[in-house]
Design a protein around this ligand. Sequence first.
Ligand code: EPU
Length: 335
Amino acid sequence: MKIVKDFELKEITTFHLPARCAWFATYDSEDELRDLLAGELCKTNKVMQIGGGSNLVFTSDFDGVILNTEICHIDTISQPGDEVVLRVGSGVVWDDLVKFCVEHNYYGIENMSYIPGKVGASAVQNIGSYGAEVKDVITRVRTMCVADGSIRYFDNSECRYAYRDSIFKKELKGKYIVTEVEYKLSTTPRFNLEYGPLKRLADLPDLTIAKVRDEIIAIRCAKLPDPKYVGSVGSFFTNPIVDSAFFEKFIELHSDAPHYLLDDGRVKIPAGWLIEHSGLKGHRCGGAVVWEKQCLVIANIDNALPDDVVRLYRFIIETVKDSFGVELVPEANII
Ligand code: EPU
């Protein structure tokens, strides 16, 4: 266990905004986490668990304890038939897990290559990309109760997964900390090539899981800022979901807008398209900018301050609302 006082958060969040927290506590086992939660520090301060800092926007300093998991195991539990179960510590870097699975030919998460963040956050946020969502491979989630340190498992259905959402972001926010996630993957090839630019891979006679990963990485790198050089939280907003009555009027006016019909009759419209067609591509506030190749992303291109990001994201919400009557909701966790 390591506790640091007055900690600079700039380097541990992917947005790289300057902000500090009063205490930064790293643990590498459930026992250490239990001790931390029972200790004076956590009992007398605000406590926040982070999962790789890839979805956090600190708009000011955090006057409390930030908990950082380094529970880092990947246990393989073989199964009869063509499935494998992996029990993975919450502190494993998500893309390290994807790489591990690709190397072992475990199919199911390769489309989510390169998503920043850690395994614990994958189960809270229900991460997804290129036609895949992590909820489809999570069997259960092991958590620790913040109030009393007890262990509780949540089955997939108890997690109440929805688009970028789960019970851990809603009713149980701040009440349970994910310590381990169990994934069920396939050991025989099962590709998911429904996402437009992936369809052409279906015709390759010698398609491998590694090729799918390479393709995903190439698509991401072409559209999204490279986290090594440019700070961002990936998508800043979720794609809005509108009802069918609203959509009918909307599509009459904007027949070229991409959209996806959902099972319940509602329609998802890409926020990136709405932002671009509100004229905001490349719009800048201080060091923060609407990323030209994917307007859903706000990037820190020049030592952005928290206030630059706040001004920019509020301006985006206002402008899109004025242009289309749709209110965007941040996907990022704004603190
Ligand atoms: N589009 C534009 N302009 C833009 C951005 C997008 O016109 O600036 C259009 C595209 O041409 C396309 C449509 O909008 O027709 C959808 O774009 P894209 O396929 O890039 O996906 P997205 O809906 O914008 C979502 C996820 C991404 C994920 C991609 C691919 C959300 C909030 N975002 O973006 O997730 O990588 O699909 O699956 O659901 C992330 O969460 O950090 C993230 C990057």
